[in-house]
Write a protein that binds this ligand. Structure first.
Ligand code: AMP
Ligand code: ZN
Length: 472
């Protein structure tokens, strides 16, 4: 049974989808005015792991991630760079798609763009206005927070406390400082769309309500995003959606903890960030993903170069096993030993970790235990059969590859799948054995050393000689 910590109820709850086996999931995506940073990447990767685990459990996930392609930051950049706002956003959408692909994040089912949903957004605002939840002042439309009685139920904030804490914004004619923009009248030179109220553009919160509702329905299963979005973004999404539709908006709210640097939130405005594409020049997607998976998604995580270096060290163990498995699977052997290895135990441990609110630190520990135990079994048993290695590969594929994305068998099968090369190595191994039998140790050592130079290590045991490849 999968349980998820729900920000709305502040409890771990059993996950029951509305239309099982279908699951509808919406994740707040990037505002496309720059490359995304490694802090954003943490949220995107952890959301990807949630989605992949749901798929492991045979759910069919409709995964929607919006792209905010109309926004003050995009407009500001377009003015700075003397380009059209659309040109800025299109370029960064391409960069975003490239980067998530490099991070091995599975593509969403849909990436709706705000600019392609103006009709739905305007209609949504109209509905709110008709129902008395929105008011128009001179072409600017606001949501009337006090009309929505349950405002604050996600963040736990109370409207009266918020009001006394809020600074009154001088330039705005809002009825209440808590009211937020649904539609903003365009200033000269800004991009705009025609609407009932003015030539203008939507506020950020309404985009997510309109697009999630259009693609996932008026009530859907999971909504996720970084912790910073709980208030006001998600609180406002709930207010808008539930006011317009008269129904519960989302059943499970998942929020990801922040990636910090020197214990301070990594963010563009603080200038203390590294872009994901820069980190990817030095470290693999697998190393980045492992360093995130080793901390629970909800807690904070301090980013450092050491964190990635230690993940790389850890990955070496899993990668070496992957090499070994690929090697064994591509080498035909004469005598084979079958063994009753309890694979099921590791599947159960992996599942019970992930079922407990996606406990990835525990799930990765299961993969490391598995690696250690399989290695031990291999060293204690000569000539294990094909089935054993096949099952070991299957376990790693289902868990480390498909759910956590911390292993890529392709990387380790580049050579292993090449049977001619394998045959040539086997031939050299036989020649070396013959040389040894003739006590020509000069030649046998030469064969071993020359193979080592090109990254092929021979391993002698009583029964036979095997080889493994290392990256040189
Ligand atoms: P943005 O482009 O700033 O709207 O952010 C896109 C996503 O990344 C949102 O879900 C944010 O909550 C999340 N995010 C932003 N900064 C961080 C951070 N330092 N750590 C984790 N997630 C973050
Ligand atoms: Zn959103």
């Amino acid at each position: 049974m999968l349980s998820i910590y729900n920000t709305l109820t502040k409890m771990k709850e059993e996950f029951v989808p509305i239309h099982s086996p279908e699951v509808s999931m919406y994740v707040c995506g990037p505002t496309v005015y720059d490359f995304f940073h490694i802090g954003n990447a943490r949220s995107f990767i952890m959301a990807d792991i949630v989605r992949r685990y749901l798929e492991y459990k045979n759910y069919k996930v409709k995964y929607v991630m919006n792209l905010t392609d109309v926004d003050d930051k995009i407009i500001k950049k377009s003015i700075q760079e003397k380009k059209q706002a659309a040109e800025i956003s299109e370029n960064y959408i391409l960069a975003f798609l490239e980067d998530i692909n490099k991070l091995k994040i599975k593509p969403a089912t849909l990436y709706p763009k705000a600019t392609a949903h103006m009709k739905e957004i305007i209609q949504f605002i109209k509905e709110l206005e008709d129902k008395g939840y929105a008011y128009n002042i001179d072409g600017n439309v606001f949501f009337d927070v006090l009309k929505f009685k349950e405002y604050g139920k996600l963040s736990g904030k109370k409207t009266d406390e918020l009001e006394s804490g809020a600074r009154i914004e001088i330039n705005e004619e809002k009825r209440n400082p808590l009211d937020f923009s649904l539609w903003k009248k365009a200033k000269a030179g800004e991009p705009f769309w025609e609407s009932f109220w003015s030539k203008g553009r939507p506020g950020w919160h309404i985009e997510c309500s309109a697009m999630s509702c259009k693609h996932l329905g008026t009530t859907f299963d999971i909504h996720a995003g970084g912790n910073d979005l709980i208030f006001p973004h998600h609180e406002n999404e709930i207010a808008q959606s539930e006011a317009a539709n008269g129904k519960k908006f989302v059943n499970y709210w998942i929020h990801f903890g922040f990636l910090n640097i020197n214990d301070e939130k990594m963010s563009k405005s603080l200038g203390n960030f590294f872009t994901a594409r820069d980190i990817l020049k030095k470290h693999s997607a697998e190393a980045i993903r492992l360093s995130f998976a080793q901390t629970h998604y909800a807690g904070p995580l301090n980013y450092s170069e050491d964190l990635l270096l230690s993940s790389e060290k850890g990955l070496e163990k899993i990668n070496n096993l992957a090499y070994k498995i690929q090697n064994e699977l591509s080498t035909a052997k004469k005598t084979e030993v079958s063994l009753n290895f309890n694979f099921d135990k590791y599947y159960r441990a992996f599942e019970s970790s992930m079922d407990d609110d996606f406990n990835t630190p525990q799930a990765t520990a299961v993969i490391f235990d598995f690696t250690r135990d399989i290695n031990k079994t291999i060293s204690e048993n000569e000539n294990l059969n094909y089935e054993f290695f096949k099952s070991a590969k299957l376990f790693l594929e289902k868990t480390a590859v498909n759910v956590l994305g911390i292993l890529d068998f392709e990387k380790h099968s580049k050579y292993a799948g090449d049977s001619i090369e394998n045959e040539l190595i086997e031939l050299l191994i036989r020649l070396r054995i013959e040389a040894k039998e003739e006590k020509n140790f000069l030649l046998s050592d030469k064969i071993r050393d020359r193979l080592k130079e090109i990254g092929i290590i021979l391993q002698d045991s009583k029964e036979r000689t095997t080889f493994k490849r290392i990256t040189i």
